[in-house]
Design a protein around this ligand. Sequence first.
Ligand code: NAG
Ligand code: NAG
Ligand code: NAG
Length: 408
Amino acid sequence: MDQSGDFNVVKLGEMAFIHLYIRCLYTLLICTVFDCTLSANTEIKVNPPQDFEIVDPGYLGYLYLQWQPPLFLDNFKECTIEYELKYRSIDSEKWKTIITKNLHYKDGFDLNKVIEAKIHTLLPEQCTNGSEVRSSWSEATYWIPPQAFTVHSLGNLETKIQDMDCIYYNWQYLLCSWKPGVGVHFDTNYNLFYWYEGLNYALQCSDYIKANGKNIGCRFPYLESSDYKDFYICVNGSSESKPIRSSYFIFQLQNIVKPLPPDYLSLTVKNSDKINLKWSMPGEPIPAKCLIYEVEFTEDDTTWVTTTFENEMYIIRQLNESQQVCFRLRSKVNIYCSDDGIWSEWSDEQCWKGDMWKKTLLYFIIPFAFVSLFILLIAFLLMYKQKALLKMLFDSKKEVFSQQEIHC
Ligand SMILES: *[C@@H]1O[C@H](CO)[C@@H](O)[C@H](O)[C@H]1NC(C)=O
Ligand SMILES: *[C@@H]1O[C@H](CO)[C@@H](O)[C@H](O)[C@H]1NC(C)=O
Ligand SMILES: *[C@@H]1O[C@H](CO)[C@@H](O)[C@H](O)[C@H]1NC(C)=O
């Protein structure tokens, strides 16, 4: 009995071994045919992040996306887990993707639209002895609270301001202007709020431009260290009769700079055919290296336009006899300092009246000289003739005299 029992045990063990062996072979076969990593990782699972939310700190579009670590992370203690975050405006095709180890992310959003975001946990390869493992998605959406933004009421859309226009004059003074919404009640008035990184909270415009007692623009105060940052603006309004829809704007100040026009234009003709143009910008604060100039050059009746980064240029005269060369120019912030810019007004025109002295010589001095010479000649001739006449008279008198003398 004992023997047979042992035998049975051995048999069972053998059978188990064979079974395992076949299973291994089978797996190997599957592995070679299909992608193995998939089947190897099916056991490792991770939960999505918890409490995923989009928080609006009141910065007019700068939002916080935040979350907590997933549950049951104990199995991956030695692992740095990562999160893959995706977000977009609900009407845009593309998601913006961020991989981070942090539990928050901040970015600017267009609050005129609904924002959606999703996040999942990532286990890197080194934690799973294979390929990356992802959790399911946690999702969140955000839109402005309904009292200011009623999607279902179509008329409401028209209540927002129109034709918002912001210009950062000479990289110094920001000015925005707008028109009231369509068909809004006469009691409607609009207010502008702004924020950029560095301000503790959104500020209201302190110097409104008004028309008929209504705010139609804002003169901003000095905006300390505000370049190369997103600048957020919200123009909302109030009316007794109906809710006014807010408008949101994001831009960077260096992209909406309109410089002052260049001044101190000078135009000198170096040789007979080389013209030197020079100018300068009226003072600070735009660095010279940040500007591009458009030069409009006129030679008699032909005009052409060129651009330059320098504040000086040489031009070869095209026409030998050109009588008048002129130029004027305008400036803009260049691509090395901004993505975009607004052309300044045109400067005053500076001209050089080419060979005017030759003309003067030809049409005035030479004829004058001729006339003078002619008059002189006539005078001389007259004088000569007069002399001759006098002489003749004198001679005849003398003759008479001598005759008289003889007579005596
Ligand atoms: C990875 O493999 C090692 C041994 O090679 C093992 O100790 C560890 O538990 C494995 N980790 C996971 C998450 O399977
Ligand atoms: C306008 O926006 C500001 C800043 O977000 C807010 O404090 C204010 O209550 C809003 N006003 C209206 C009428 O919605
Ligand atoms: C200008 O004058 C030079 C000689 O002074 C002559 O060679 C050239 O052809 C002239 N050009 C024109 C456009 O008249």
